[in-house]
Design a binder for this molecule. Structure first.
Ligand SMILES: [Zn+2]
Length: 301
């Protein structure tokens, strides 16, 4: 049943198109052979966005393999007998604008290989760029800090390389702070002393230190510790390559390995890590793609 409820969220993606500011996006479909139909919530998207993909007419006994962004992406069914497979396609924040394909391959009952694809146009996201001049010691971590940051990065990569082949979510995604409807800074590009830095991959919510932070969705805590840049950090695995991250917490209330429910308090807003003031940094990663976390909440009914 829990899978059905997530579908409610995504059902809205089909019709809602982009949230505010962006041009309307229409769903597309393509009949591959007499039975298999590919559907996408939109054929045009932008950097840092989410797309819902569907494969209709898929016999429960048939094995499909779907590829997006050079990776095999997980597919799920609402129930084992359902003829429809679902997938979420994340368009990474830095994916170069252009025309790409969502590719599908499968075999007929007698072993004949078949393939089909749908084109996806990725447009540049509209992200602000900040030019800053600061003293060198604020830009350049010392060798020890550098080493720590690299170890953190390795740890994060290992987490995102793991795809739990299980639906750990239940129902809708919610905002990680109470009474908040939007956040900022997603995709912001910073140029420090003339040198471009990695874009800001999360959504920032300014909030007082000590404000409770809630799990946006149920899942399993896979990281709960202090990291060099993001300070006290929690990462939750929601299954099928979907992860949310909560950073700069003043305190953490959960442990790695623990299951969490939607809206469970996981910590409090703080200013730990490399920040200038208290706020919550919230990230969403789908199969390695860094996407705007607000989209998974705002596009539901
Ligand atoms: Zn941030």
């Amino acid at each position: 049943m829990k899978r059905v409820s997530l579908l409610l969220i995504f059902a809205c993606l089909w019709t809602a198109g982009a949230h505010a500011k962006q041009p309307a996006k229409a769903p597309v479909k393509k009949t591959c052979d007499s039975e298999i139909v590919l559907k996408l919530s939109s054929a045009t998207t932008s950097q840092g966005s989410l797309l819902l993909a569907e494969i209709a007419g898929a016999k429960p006994s048939q094995e499909f393999s779907a590829e997006w962004d050079g990776r095999l992406i997980p597919l799920w069914r609402e129930n084992p007998a359902s003829p429809t497979l679902h997938a979420l396609l994340g368009v990474d924040l830095e994916k170069p604008p252009g025309r790409y394909e969502w590719k599908l391959s499968w075999s007929t009952a007698d072993g004949k290989p078949l393939a089909c694809s749908l084109p996806i146009t990725v447009r540049a996201g509209k992200f602000p760029t900040e030019h800053l001049t600061v003293e060198k010691q604020f830009v350049q971590p010392d060798p020890e800090q550098q080493k720590r940051a690299e170890e953190d990065q390795k740890k994060m990569r290992a987490i995102y390389d793991t795809v739990t082949p299980e639906v750990l979510w239940k129902g809708k995604f919610v905002m990680p702070l109470k009474g908040v409807t939007t956040g900022g800074n997603f995709g912001r590009r910073r140029v420090l002393n003339g040198e471009a830095r990695s874009p800001h991959a999360g959504v920032d919510f300014p909030a007082a230190a000590g404000t409770p932070v809630y799990a946006a969705q149920s899942g399993k805590v896979v990281l709960a510790e202090n990291l060099y840049y993001s300070g006290n950090t929690v990462v939750i695995d929601h299954g099928f390559g979907i992860y949310t991250l909560y950073a700069h917490l003043s305190e953490i209330n959960v442990h790695a390995g623990e299951p969490v429910e939607t809206s469970a308090e996981i910590g409090k807003v703080g200013a730990t890590g490399r920040v200038t003031g208290p706020h919550l940094h919230w990230g969403l990663t789908i199969d390695h793609a860094r996407v705007n976390a607000l989209q998974i909440v705002q596009r539901q009914p």
